[in-house]
Design a protein around this ligand. Structure first.
Ligand SMILES: *Cc1c(COP(=O)(O)O)cnc(C)c1O
Length: 423
């Protein structure tokens, strides 16, 4: 049996209609910005393996640091016990995070980092016997696939079977260019209710929603207004963290700093699963009590897994080397040049770019959403040309590992142009 046949017999894949899906490509090796399949074909990983990979696949430094950790302490429980990699990582993350952040809570993926943030915010109020149980979130947002994450995310085809089971959220319009006032007014109206616990948002870029970009100025205003009304602000930096937007965190573009920040995806350089939720001291303080019921009773078996922490530490070492941000800036400049070249293409509705992210929204007759039938054709077109791109409906985007070469970037741009010209 081929690996694909064995796969079909035994495996259930995410986000995939397995009745009609083409056979999956069997990847046998990763190196830098490339994957190799079992037939010897090479692919450029133009989307950093679902936005996680930063420094390239099988980076030798990360590999060595992780294997060293594996030989001393692979895993330990994390309640009543601690270890150097978790402590050091918390210290180093706090060194990189906005100044108001003071504690790190570990979990193991982006959805759990968001669940932790939401639960922290809810319990912050409940520990003070204040009844605040509603959340404000953006329309079109994505915060993961657990029930909390789905509840605060956009209500769409992906979570339709569960719609009755999701908790109450006030969704407000995204403050894209021209819509800032509408968004601010909706927020202010929602803030008139006195039971709002928190406001959660993807800072500056809504990833899964189609790489929708909005300005730091309007987000500053939204956060400021929340603070005036005692509403906790949660920045979901799961996609935007670790250099993606051109600064270390998207929150670094802001003057008003969020109270809670969620991290995952790039946290370990894309090598190991790990989530982290940072919070300000005032939140942590409300969980300190002689009353046991005020404890944050949340945890995961693999909380602060030492091997994952060692990967994150090694990735931060690479950020201490100026090369990493030189690469981020190089990709940013390269994207900007292509943006100017392509933005008026007749097949496009819009081109958006921030830092290492560039997205192309293609004209379509269908209502634009994730299930747009263009998506499958687009993937095939690029796979046939040795490039891995998974469009979000009618939106193609590039979000590459930082080690990608200028040649490969130019080849991807050229292939996108060819694709647009073929429409
Ligand atoms: C991917 C993503 C998540 C969910 O992370 P997982 O590790 O896939 O659970 C949450 N929030 C944002 C902004 C994301 O991009």
């Amino acid at each position: 049996m081929t690996i694909q046949e064995r796969d079909k017999n035994a495996v259930w894949h995410p986000f995939t209609q397995l009745k009609t899906a083409p056979l999956p490509i069997s990847i046998v090796k990763g190196e830098g910005a490339y994957f190799y399949d079992d037939k010897g074909n090479r692919f450029i990983d133009a989307i950093a393996s679902w936005w996680v990979n930063l420094h390239g696949h099988c980076h030798p430094y990360l590999t060595i640091k992780i294997s060293e950790q594996l030989q001393t302490l692979e895993h330990t429980l994390f309640s009543g016990f601690t270890h150097e990699p978790a402590v050091k990582l918390a210290e180093r993350l706090l060194g990189r995070l906005p100044d108001n952040q003071s504690k790190i809570f570990y979990s193991d993926n982006g959805s759990t980092a968001v669940e932790v943030a939401l639960k922290m915010a809810f319990q912050y109020w409940s520990n003070q016997s204040i009844s605040k149980t509603k959340v404000i979130a953006f329309e079109n947002g994505y915060h993961g696939d657990t029930f909390g994450g789905m509840s605060v995310g956009a209500r769409n085809a992906f979570n339709l079977p569960f719609s009755k089971l999701l908790f109450d959220v006030i969704h407000i319009p995204v403050p894209i260019h021209g819509q800032e006032k509408i968004s601010l007014n909706s927020l202010n109206k929602a803030l008139e209710q006195h039971d709002i616990a928190s406001f959660i948002f993807e800072p500056l870029v809504q990833g899964a929603g189609g790489m929708v970009i909005y300005s730091p100025q309007v987000l500053d205003e939204l956060i400021y207004n929340c603070r005036q009304k005692n509403v906790i602000t949660i920045a979901d930096e799961v996609m935007t963290g670790f250099g993606r937007t051109g600064k270390f965190f998207a929150s670094d573009y802001l003057n008003e700093k969020p109270d809670i920040i969620c991290m995952s995806k790039g946290l370990t350089g894309g090598v190991m699963p790990l989530g982290a939720t940072a919070c300000a001291q005032f939140i942590y303080d409300k969980f300190l009590s002689d009353d046991k019921l005020k404890t944050f009773y949340h945890g995961h078996s693999y909380t602060a897994n030492p091997t994952a922490c060692s990967a994150a530490l090694a990735s931060l070492d690479l950020f201490d080397n100026p090369d990493t941000f030189e690469n981020i800036n190089r990709i940013t400049e390269s994207h900007k040049r292509f943006f100017l070249k392509i933005k008026l293409h007749k097949a496009l509705i819009d081109v958006r770019q921030l830092g290492t992210i560039i997205a192309f929204e293609i004209k379509t007759d269908e209502e634009t959403n994730y299930l747009n039938s263009l998506a499958g054709n687009i993937s095939d077109f690029f796979i046939a040309r040795g490039i891995i791109i998974r469009p979000l409906g009618n939106v193609i985007y590039i979000l590459p590992p930082y080690c990608i070469s200028n040649n490969d970037l130019d080849y991807i741009y050229k292939t996108i142009e060819d694709f647009l010209n073929s429409l």
